[in-house]
Design a binder for this molecule. Structure first.
Ligand SMILES: NC(=O)C1=CN([C@@H]2O[C@H](COP(=O)(O)OP(=O)(O)OC[C@H]3O[C@@H](n4cnc5c(N)ncnc54)[C@H](OP(=O)(O)O)[C@@H]3O)[C@@H](O)[C@H]2O)C=CC1
Ligand SMILES: O=C1O[C@H](COP(=O)(O)O)[C@@H](O)[C@H](O)[C@H]1O
Length: 230
């Protein structure tokens, strides 16, 4: 299996959001995918798949996501908009592209522990790939209680015969404590190579967290008094 290290534009990319019906998907993942698509930051022939138990159509998913799709605001503007109750919307000039974005979205309904349902998902992906292979990313937008079973079926059903690399993305939390975190890592390492596993904590991109470096240089007292720990 090719784990892949290159961002190869000529090969199709398939981004599968597991738990597509949920809060993280609608508020963070789909808006981010839209911004990347809108700004031409994705490889050509990228396709998106949503997967969850909820039976729904792409149109239903779109309806849930619509209000979160506006370009990211600064925190100040976000606060102003919240206060004024202004609903977020895609800008008028971007609506054509927004329609294009939803046309390359698909949705498959199934359980997270069902081999059969994931085989069906795999069949869908293979149809898109038309025997040319593709690079596949599986984003676990799911409660941690589902991580173990879903990664087993992904490994068993969605990676075998197809050509291209496969990656798994997990949003924090990676366990509740050191022990459960190590258990999760151990489980994942039995299924995937480390370079296939991406662990994401979007809080590390937040301004305040980024500023910790500045704080650490400028405010030694803060550290000395262990205030950060508190
Ligand atoms: N929401 C956020 O902003 C953030 C979330 N996270 C993390 O991301 C992950 C997803 O979060 P979030 O989207 O808020 O979670 P949700 O509770 O919205 O769950 C996502 C989806 O998972 C399915 N699901 C929920 N509970 C179960 C269950 N007990 N068993 C099987 N499937 C279930 C549901 O889909 P269906 O029933 O259709 O299958 C649901 O739509 C979690 O690990 C969370 O800690 C991290 C950072 C931010
Ligand atoms: O990781 C988390 O993210 C959500 C969303 O936060 P946002 O500031 O990016 O909108 C937050 O509600 C949750 O507490 C946190 O654990």
């Amino acid at each position: 299996m090719d784990t892949g290290s290159k961002f190869e534009g000529s090969v199709p990319h398939i981004f599968v959001t597991l738990g597509a019906s949920g809060d993280l998907a609608r508020k963070k993942i789909y808006p981010t995918l839209w911004w990347l698509y809108r700004d031409n930051l994705l490889p050509n022939s990228t396709v998106f798949y949503g997967y969850a138990r909820t039976k729904c159509m792409v149109a239903d998913l779109r309806e849930k996501c619509d209000q979160y799709m506006k370009k990211r605001n600064s925190s100040k503007k976000k606060l102003e908009n919240r206060t004024k109750m202004i609903p977020a919307q895609v800008k008028p000039g971007e609506r054509g592209k927004y329609e294009e974005f939803w046309k390359i979205n698909h949705y498959v309904s199934g359980a997270y522990n069902s081999r059969r349902d994931f085989e069906l998902l795999n069949q869908e992906l293979l149809k898109i790939e038309k025997n040319n292979g593709a690079n596949r990313l599986f984003y676990l937008a799911l409660p941690p209680s589902v991580f173990e079973e879903v990664t087993v079926v992904i490994r068993e059903t969605c990676m075998g015969e197809h050509r291209g690399w496969n990656r798994i993305i997990i949003e924090k939390p990676f366990g509740r404590d050191a022990e459960s975190s190590a258990r999760l890592s151990e489980h994942l390492s039995r299924l995937f190579k480390e370079e296939q596993i991406y662990r994401i904590d979007h809080y590390l991109g937040k301004e305040m967290v980024q500023n910790l470096m500045t704080l650490s240089c400028d405010s030694q007292d803060l550290y000395d008094k262990k205030l950060l720990g508190q």
